[in-house]
Every structure is written in C-alpha cells, then in structure tokens.
Design a protein around this ligand. Structure first.
Ligand code: HEM
Length: 369
C-alpha cells in the first residue's frame, strides 16, 4: 500500500500506525513526496510559514489553467497565501460563524431519495440556501458544484474537466444574479463592503469555493458515519434513544475515519521540520487521518469513544487554512443522519455493501443497492 492508496483502503489505519513508528518525516522515493504521519509533524508542517498550499511554479494546475474552473481556482482562499488568502477569509469566516444551521433539512425542501445523491446534495443545498439561493435553484447549484469539484482531482478525465469549466461558468452566472438582485446573504455583503477588499470576481469565486469545500468532505462525513453505525449496532441504538448524541457521534467519526485523509504542502524555501531539512520545491503529504490516530494526540486512538475527553481532530486541518466550516459541517451531517432515521430507518439499520469513490485524498463511501 502507498500513503495515497491508503486514503481509500480498508486497512489504512494499520498502515498509518506502521508509518508513525518512525516519528520524523519520511521520504517516499516512489512517490517523490515527504510523508508526515505523526500528530507532531502534521502540526509542524501545517503551521510552518514556508509550507504553502500551492507550488510556487504552478499556482493553478496546468490541466485547468485555461478556462473558467482555473479562473475560480486561482482566487480561492484555500489555494492562496498572503492577501489573496487573508482578505476572503476575513469576510467569509465571521459570516460562517454566525450561521444558524438548525432545521436545514426542512428549510431546503424534500431531500434526494437515492442515498448517494442525498449525501452529496444535502450539505451543498444547505450552504447554498444559507448564501441566499431560493429552493428552486438548489438542485442545479448542487449539480454544478459537483461538476466543478472534479477539477480539484488529478484523477479526473478530460470530459470531467470540460464539465468542471461549464460548472464554474454557470455557478459564476448564478452568483452574479444573486448579487445583482441583492439576494446574497446580508452578513457576507456587509463584511465585504466594510472591508478594503475590492474584488467582486474573487468574492464570487470564494463563494463557489464554500460550496466546493462543502461537497465531497461533507458527503464523506455523512457516509463514514453510516459505515460506523452499520459496524456498531450498539451505537445506533444509543443515538436512537438519545438523539442529542448525534453531534458527538459525527465528531468522533470525523476523528476516527476522516473523509479528508490527507492534504499537501509545497515548500517555498529551505526549512527544517523536526530533524529533517526540506528544500524549496519539495512536497509534503500530510496524513491528517494518521495524526488523528496518534496516541500522543488521542489516548487509545483506535477506540471509537462518543464522549472522548479533549478530542484532537486533525481532519479539518490546522493553522491559517484550518477549515472555517467545521461546526456547520458537523451540524449538517448530524441532521442528515437524523433525517434518515425519520424517513429511511432501513438505511441506518441494515448494513449495505459499499466501495470508496476513487480518490487520492478523500474517503467517501459509495453505497451499492
Ligand atoms: C459546510 C461544510 C464545509 C465548508 C463550508 C468548508 C469550508 C472550507 C474552506 C472555505 C476552507 C479553506 C480555508 C482556508 O484555506 O483558509 C476549508 C478548508 C478545509 N476543510 Fe472544510 N469545509 C466544510 C466541510 C469540511 C469537512 C466535512 C471536512 C473534513 C472532515 C473539511 C476539511 C477541511 C480541511 C482539511 C481544510 C484545510 C485543507 C488544508 O489546509 O490543506 N471541511 N474548508
């Protein structure tokens, strides 16, 4: 197994435990990547100023640079450092923190009947509705977002990249319409107008970014929670008796079986992490899901504990790019599980076969039947 194959492998966590035995960064000759697997090295890399989110020579992947998806990508806070990161984050992060996420399921209208569709569309629809989109546009927004996120994966085909450009164009159009009709969520608009950041195209790109960041990671969070419930019927019984425990359930799933298994950092100038010296141009694969299982971060890391004391979760990143959507994502996933309990009890109680969607970093189950 390689650290990239681990993302979608059943025995990933045993493999990560083996990697962690060597506490320092390891260099994987085959992949040409440094590997950070312990909580200490993961934290050191994610908080290091010279470990950046994009390689200096390729701010936008060459495969999408010539098109709408590439233009959106170029402005995303997730893909930038410095002012192109700080300005959108200062506008969007406080607005997200004020988001009331109760009753999302009832507010966005009837959820998709198909389980896989449900996992991908419900969280994006919830965030899109909060941003200001009316109910009758949510289905299209969710579809276009799913098309757009394909541009973020190196595994995508040419046809998927073409759809990603089309999705980005359509989402830009839809957000422009929302802005023109003053339909955009007031809190974001107020923060934007009060800031010195004057770049409406970048604002729109980052709103698309909110949807794209929500899409696959939240689908994985819901899916991995279902997998956990299928494996542990006692847990299912417990949350059925005490539905308020569903938040704790999703939080422990995020640690125990993260939908985002790894992220990357690109070294901008020579730096030292632990005992290792990294050179400009080096790439580090940061194994978030391994850090979650490091006993130095979480005692008895391989036990699933609903009420874990001082849980340390690396699945949402750390440092300046740490996920600003963590609270919302957990709340939406918990509501999705509760909605399934009400409407489709069978989906929770009968284990069904699944495989993981092909990915180098996402662990998202695709249920069959
Ligand atoms: C409502 C759902 C979500 C929203 C709106 C959201 C939004 C975002 C945004 C805007 C960023 C970029 C922050 C920056 O670069 O400063 C981000 C980063 C991140 N998100 Fe989320 N996110 C959501 C769900 C999730 C979930 C479910 C996970 C995984 C459990 C996740 C994991 C991450 C990680 C690991 C990063 C940082 C990546 C890195 O530093 O390389 N997110 N998120």
């Amino acid at each position: 197994m390689s650290p990239l194959e681990a993302a979608t492998h059943n025995n990933a966590y045993e493999y990560y435990a083996g990697l962690r035995l060597n506490g320092e960064l390891l260099f994987d000759e085959g992949l040409g990547l440094w590997i950070a697997s312990t909580a200490r090295t993961v934290e050191a890399v994610l908080t290091h100023p010279d470990c950046r989110v994009r390689p200096l020579h390729e701010p936008v992947p060459a495969a999408i640079a010539q098109g709408a998806a590439g233009q959106v990508f170029a402005s995303l806070m997730r893909m930038n450092e410095g002012t192109r990161h700080r300005c959108p984050r200062a506008v969007i992060e406080p607005a997200l923190a004020s988001l009331a996420t109760e009753d999302v399921v009832t507010r966005i209208g009837p959820p998709a009947a198909d389980l896989n569709e449900f996992m991908f569309t419900l969280p994006v629809s919830a965030v899109a509705h909060w941003l200001g989109f009316p109910r009758d546009q949510l289905r299209e927004v969710a579809r276009m977002t799913r098309d757009f996120v394909a541009c973020l994966s190196p595994l995508s085909s040419d046809a998927q990249l073409r759809d990603a450009h089309a999705g980005a164009s359509r989402l830009r159009e839809m957000f422009s319409g929302l802005l023109a009709q003053s339909g955009l969520r007031e809190h974001i608009l107020r923060n934007y107008e009060a800031s010195t950041w004057e770049d409406p195209d970048a604002l729109i790109a980052n709103l698309i970014g909110l949807l794209s960041q929500t899409c696959e990671a939240s689908a994985g969070l819901i899916g991995n929670t279902l997998v956990t419930l299928h494996r542990c019927p006692d847990l299912l019984e417990l949350v059925q008796r005490t539905p308020t425990l569903t938040i704790a359930l999703v939080e422990e799933v995020a640690r125990y079986d993260s939908p985002v298994q790894n992220t990357r950092r690109f070294v901008a100038s020579r730096c030292t992490i632990g005992d290792r010296t990294l050179e400009a141009g080096d790439t580090v694969l940061v194994l978030l899901a391994s850090a979650n299982r490091d006993p130095a971060a979480n005692p008895e890391p391989d036990r699933f504990l609903l009420e874990r004391q001082q849980r340390r979760t690396f699945s949402f990143g750390l440092g300046r790019h740490q996920c600003p959507g963590q609270k919302i994502a957990v709340s939406i996933a918990a509501q999705a599980i509760q909605d399934l309990q009400r409407r489709q009890q069978r989906v929770l109680s009968s284990p069904c076969a699944f495989s993981y969607w092909p990915s180098l970093n996402g662990r998202i189950p695709r249920f069959h039947g």
